[in-house]
Design a protein around this ligand. Structure first.
Ligand code: PBG
Length: 335
């Protein structure tokens, strides 16, 4: 019966049949446009004071706040998986209005940089340069008497932070606070301190996003009042992203970044097209990680397939580098 129906199906005059190239795994592999590689990944690490500490972060299963010794072990795993870089965030022992530990020679991030570089000189150590994890008010800059985030007054502190990270041996500094002029300020401050060779990875395009929620538990950096909407970008704005990126290019940024990644794949693509000469990073942020982990934990998604599809989409959109909490898992799946 079935056979009869099939033989009666008239041949269509279809010269183009995309299915021809999807017929076998070999063919699909030959025409695959985007390939993930461990060299695409940057792995974030949260460093905290103490010894042998791994404080799991409830909203980010698999991620923990690590003491320096444990951070070195995590960095070793990263290097073994052929991932080229880690991105360090610090949890200070004390917080104050300025965030003094942020630029202290023995601050938590400075200790971690030295320990990691001593053990793994080849691993690229990138550091977050911002105030929010260190200030008692949780804002990304100094505040005036009305609680407003000051711009120009914050820049010298960012310079002190970046130079102290460079002194400790950081390979790249990544300012994330969205202060105007932060890249120019850091470039100038690093240059006069003898670090003209130290690259700046600018969080050029960073949106005021709901997807940073779990990170703020991880890094204990939630603002104690208000929000970040006076400096981070409005999620509704795309053209403004090009303006932000152009400024950072002018100011001397060596890398551009879009953050978050998933709700902003169109922005990644626009930056890739408008600034083809600069390496482009995308930050697959904590909330994006938490969504997939939660769905996978419930058995609603196949974790490996969903993660790899997600990371592939970020690369396909135009990112050269993906900062992701999935880095270790993804690199081991790629093996
Ligand atoms: C600020 C900073 C944040 C993230 C990275 N750097 C939080 C914020 O801007 O509120 C978020 C990263 C993530 O969600 O994974 N220093």
């Amino acid at each position: 019966m079935m056979e009869k129906m099939l033989t009666k199906t008239p041949a269509l005059d279809l010269p183009t049949r995309p299915r021809r190239l999807r017929a076998t795994p070999g063919l699909r592999r030959m025409v695959r446009e985007t390939a993930l590689n461990p060299a695409d990944f940057i792995y974030p690490i949260f460093v905290t004071h103490g010894q042998q500490i791994r404080n799991p972060i409830a909203s980010m299963p698999g991620i923990a706040q690590l003491s320096v010794d444990e951070a070195v072990r995590e960095a070793e795993k990263t290097a073994e998986l052929n991932i080229p870089a880690v991105l360090l965030f610090g949890l200070p022992a004390h917080k104050d209005p300025v965030g003094l530990e942020n630029f202290a020679p023995d601050g938590i991030v400075q200790q971690a940089i030295r320990a990691i570089k001593q053990e793994l000189p080849e691993l690229v150590v990138i550091t977050d340069v911002c105030l929010c994890e260190y200030t008692d008010h949780g804002h990304c800059g100094l505040l005036d008497d009305h609680g407003h985030v000051l711009n120009d007054e914050t820049l010298p502190i960012l310079i002190d932070v970046a130079v102290s990270h460079a002194d400790a041996g950081a390979d790249i500094v990544a300012p994330s606070g969205m202060m105007d002029g932060m890249v120019a300020a850091l470039r100038g401050g690093l240059d006069v301190s003898g670090y003209s060779q130290l690259p700046i990875m600018s969080y050029a395009v960073k949106y005021a996003s709901a997807f940073y929620g779990p990170f703020r538990d991880a890094a204990d950096g939630a603002p104690k009042f208000g929000d970040r909407k006076t400096h981070q970008m409005d999620p509704a704005n795309g053209r403004e992203a090009l303006r932000e990126a152009a400024l950072d290019v002018d100011e001397g940024a060596d890398f551009l970044m879009v953050k978050p990644a998933l709700a902003y794949l169109d922005i990644i693509r626009q930056l890739r097209d408008h600034f083809p000469e600069l390496p482009l990073a995308a930050y697959n942020v904590s909330g994006e990680y938490a969504m997939l982990k939660a769905a996978a934990a419930n058995g609603w998604l196949d974790e490996e397939k969903a993660v790899m599809e997600t990371l592939t989409s970020i690369k396909r959109a135009g990112a050269d580098l993906i900062i992701t909490y999935h880095a270790l898992a993804a690199a081991s799946w790629l093996r």
